[in-house]
Design a protein around this ligand. Structure first.
Ligand code: GLN
Length: 512
């Protein structure tokens, strides 16, 4: 069997037994990146030298019988939105294109301590705003199953990297679906943990009450390994959950007895692709064959989820992104050109006799902010900032932001009620398979509707996982989403593992 076909779990066992070295494993993945990433475009940067150096260090320690971390020698790809000391963290934005992080995000520090091999940085929608990775200002990422299609987003690079076996494990972030959606569309396993399970310290903020870091892998078992390594309380993130991390990977083999799955009435309405629906219903039958019961549940406020999300997320984003003003952070405009522009405007006003207007000209500082931000941000980021600033402004705050917060509470209540009756909610991750690159770029509303089934988990703060559950006739992956009550990551992972023991969708590889 080739290294690329082994799970992270197996790689660890093989390395521990001395049958494989970390250098061999890392080299196999670097070679795969060399073969395929020109087509896929998952990585913004690959750190071959650093990866091999880390792998050799792990090998040396293993040979000497010295301690090695829990991910010792396993390559991990990281979405380019987490700070790693001394390294670029671009967020796929022009404004941070040359920004180097002054410290490690907690997730990065934990991965380093676990002796993971940080193999490279993956592409994303600019500041994680998007669902197709098309909003990256730096590069196009393609779906390994069909290179003319989007990989999903915003963690599209991480999902595509795992799908193309260019990394066995990857880190993504999920504010409204950005791990689960690309996982679903690329045919891999991706999990958004309960809000607070993983520290957000050093994660470049998009919408702080929704953002969560999580694992992408080829199986739930491997996702459990990665989650175990990155989860845990962090004094540097006061929203992180102060509880011990369960041994997810140890417990994963225990099947769930008396499992009751909930199917959400509102999730099977118009707009759901027929092939997706068929695959999801078939997946539910697999669970039934494993002894699960199925019940219909209702999330009556789910029709407001997308609208609520697209108020709250932009509001928080507009505030978080205020720091990229060219002075504190981010791209700074060419000041000579800016001053020349101002002089030219002044001369023009004076020569046309409008001397009073000269005093109204923007100051150099305001001009610097405006030009820096206009040049640094892409169209979608600007749209979010404008939406958020508008919804937060005096006079609109109550009508939009405050109302959205109230609806958010109702959405959470819907889940609480549903979970009185069922252990997990099952449904499609997205309503349709991956669409063509460029197909929706001119239609932001159509893009936002892609998030129909995923944003609710972020609004409610609960966990969700997407696992492969079939393919369309055209060969595109279909994702099944499971959602659980708060802090039931263990239940999600075990349920996903049960399915993966009974099916082989997750083992399929794209025809690259
Ligand atoms: N697609 C959603 C958005 O554009 C979710 C993004 C995310 O989860 N980071 O905001």
């Amino acid at each position: 069997m080739s290294v690329l076909e082994l799970s992270a779990r197996r790689l660890l066992d093989e390395m521990a037994a001395g049958r494989l070295t970390a250098v061999e494993v890392t080299q196999a993945y670097l070679d795969q990146i060399g073969r395929h990433d020109r087509d896929v475009g998952a990585f913004l940067r690959v750190d071959a030298e650093g990866a091999i150096a880390k792998a050799s260090d792990v090998d040396e320690r293993r040979r000497a019988g010295r301690p090695v971390g829990r991910l010792g020698g396993v390559p991990v790809a990281v979405k380019d939105i987490l700070a790693s000391r001394g390294e670029l963290v671009t967020c796929a934005s022009r404004t941070l294109e040359h920004f180097r992080a002054p410290y490690d995000a907690t997730v990065i520090a934990k991965l380093k301590a676990a002796d993971a091999v940080l193999i490279g940085r993956t592409n994303l929608d600019e500041f994680a705003m998007g669902g197709s990775t098309e909003n990256s200002a730096l590069q196009t990422t393609r779906n390994p199953w069909d290179l003319s299609r989007i990989p999903g987003g915003s963690s599209g690079g991480s999902a595509a990297a795992v799908a193309a076996r260019m990394a066995p494990l990857a880190i993504g972030t999920d504010t409204g679906g950005s791990i689960r959606e690309p996982a679903g569309l690329c045919g891999v396993t991706g999990m958004k943990p309960t809000y607070g399970v993983v520290s957000r310290f050093g994660l470049v903020a998009f919408a702080s009450s929704l953002d969560q870091v999580g694992p992408l892998a080829t199986s739930a078992e491997d996702a459990a390994l990665l989650l175990e390594a990155i989860a845990g309380h962090d004094r540097a993130d006061s929203t992180s959950v102060d509880a011990p991390v369960p041994p997810y990977s140890e417990w994963i083999g225990q099947p769930l007895e008396d499992l009751t799955l909930g199917l959400v009435r509102e999730h099977f309405g118009p707009g759901l692709d027929a092939e997706v629906e068929r695959a999801v219903r078939e997946a539910v039958r697999v669970y039934e064959s494993l002894g699960a019961k199925v019940k219909e549940v209702s999330l009556p406020h789910s029709k407001y989820c997308v609208a609520t999300y697209y108020i709250i997320a932009p509001c928080e984003a507009s505030s978080n992104l205020a720091r990229y003003d060219g002075a504190h952070y981010g791209h700074r405009t060419d000041e000579k050109a800016m001053l020349a522009e101002r002089d030219a405007e002044r001369r023009h006003l004076e020569s046309s006799g409008e001397t009073a207007a000269v005093d109204e000209l923007d100051t150099a500082l305001v001009r610097m902010y405006r030009r820096s931000r206009s040049e640094g941000f892409g169209a979608e980021v600007k749209r979010r900032i404008m939406l958020g600033t508008y919804a937060l402004s005096a006079g609109y705050y109550d009508a939009y932001y405050l109302k959205a917060l109230k609806v958010r509470r109702l959405i959470r209540r819907d889940f609480d009620k549903a979970f009185d009756d069922v252990d997990l909610i099952a449904g499609p991750t997205t309503a349709a398979p991956a669409f063509k690159i460029g197909e929706k770029v001119d239609d932001p509303l159509a893009m936002y509707l892609v998030d129909l089934y995923t944003v609710s988990a972020n609004l409610a703060g609960i966990g969700g996982i997407s696992i492969p559950c079939g393919f369309t006739a055209a060969g595109l992956p279909i994702g099944l989403q499971l959602q659980a009550p708060p802090l039931e990551e263990d239940r999600l992972l075990r349920a996903a593992h049960m399915f993966q023991q009974a099916t082989d969708w997750h083992t399929r590889r794209p025809p690259l």
